[in-house]
Write a protein that binds this ligand. Structure first.
Ligand code: APR
Length: 176
């Protein structure tokens, strides 16, 4: 089954879906952008849950390209899937592969936890500087390849530029 795909402009913390994806950093101890918004909306219990995620090496609970899942606490979403996108350095340091891995691993966690409706922000497209058009192509490719078990994937854009980038990438994929 191919999930339905929705491209919307919204604050991801308000969405009534099973899980929202957080664009986190490797410490999983919060930050700005969507990470800060999710922690503010979920409440302090989210930080406690993140602190309980074991470190794979000092200061790193979730390596770049990987994903971890916690409850959503005060959020409407039951779960938060934290993933760490690559910092954009021009595209020659494996950024596309790492971003693809963020989507793939988040989708795998969603599948393993019986999540039917999942919302993604534009991972790495803020502070980490990943160009929206390139990120949108990576996201749509991985969702098409790995989201079969889901009912719906929401691409939650925080502004028109991101939404236009996703819509343009979707048109490109469907050949028109
Ligand atoms: N809902 C949906 N999308 C949002 C929201 C929100 N409430 N707030 C921000 N965004 C969008 C941004 O506009 C951007 O398109 O999320 C996308 C990702 O931007 P960032 O949050 O800056 O994340 P990223 O670029 O992956 O950088 C991650 O920033 O906040 C820190 O701790 C985080 O160190 C990590 C880094």
């Amino acid at each position: 089954m191919t999930p339905s795909l929705a491209i919307i402009e919204a604050d991801i913390t308000t969405l009534h879906v099973d899980a929202i994806v957080n664009a986190a950093n490797e410490s999983l101890l919060g930050g700005g952008g969507v990470d800060g918004a999710i922690h503010r909306a979920a409440g302090p219990a989210l930080l406690d849950a993140c602190r309980a995620v074991p470190e794979v090496r000092p200061g790193v609970r979730c390596p770049t390209g990987d994903a971890r899942i916690t409850p959503g606490f005060a959020l409407p979403a039951r779960f938060v899937i934290h993933t760490v996108g690559p910092v954009w350095h021009g595209g020659s340091r494996g950024e596309a592969g790492l971003l693809a891995s963020c989507y793939r691993r988040s989708l795998r966690l969603a599948r393993e936890h019986g999540i039917a409706r999942l919302a993604f922000p534009a991972i790495s497209c803020g502070v980490y500087g990943y160009p929206l058009d390139r990120a949108a192509r990576v996201a749509l490719h991985e969702i098409a390849a790995s989201a079969a078990s889901l009912e719906q994937v929401v691409l939650c854009c925080f502004g028109r530029a991101a939404a236009e980038a996703y819509r343009s990438a979707l048109r490109e994929r469907s050949g028109n």
